[in-house]
Design a protein around this ligand. Sequence first.
Ligand code: ATP
Length: 214
Amino acid sequence: MKQQTGIGIFGGTFDPVHFGHLRTAFELYHTLPVKEIRFIPCQQPVLKTAAYASPAQRLAMLQLAIADRREFTFDDREIKRDTPSFMVDTLASLKQDYPDNTLYLIIGMDAFNEFEQWHRWQEILTLAHLVVVNRPGNDPNLHADVMTLLTQRSCHDLTKLMQQTSGLIYQQRVTPLMISATAIRELIKLQQIPRYLLPENVWEYIQREKLYIR
Ligand code: ATP
């Protein structure tokens, strides 16, 4: 039985959610000192092109994907908010709701490589630790400024990570799964079947809602 009080925060577009997200979350749940992994779909992505499915559809797919998992939760605060989905605002509001829980913000290496473009990124590090996971297929070279940040903040020791409530960057290797939402959308557009890249009930929902066909 886990006796941990951290919360893993997994933000993203989830357009759609897939096994790259879910396996990563599962492995991190079992590695990090967290009581849950909380998925937070954004209203509109800040650094990427607009999402294809609506916020309500992306949330519905996420709910289907995690329905039977008690360790996975979802949070609709970004979808309900009428402002851009800046992670710094999300973390500040989570911190108000959960002042006694350390927040572990999970991001893939591709997202981390753009971290210094995130809105008020320095503040993010006063609210949470970062947990950076490998992602196959992305450029393995880190930008110089991100590399410097990593050198300054890197922590390899989970015990040390737990002694602080924010500000450190922990890298965790997860099973490399070369799955992306972009590739899934492209398969569907080409009338191919994305089965085994995402949960079957999510694929069924996509077909019912006729998502990603053009
Ligand atoms: P898209 O292809 O539309 O850009 P995506 O597959 O990258 O989407 P997002 O919802 O944008 O999915 O990703 C949310 C978070 O999950 C990001 O931090 C991203 O790096 C991470 N992530 C996505 N896919 C994987 C994967 N296969 N392995 C590890 N991390 C992943």
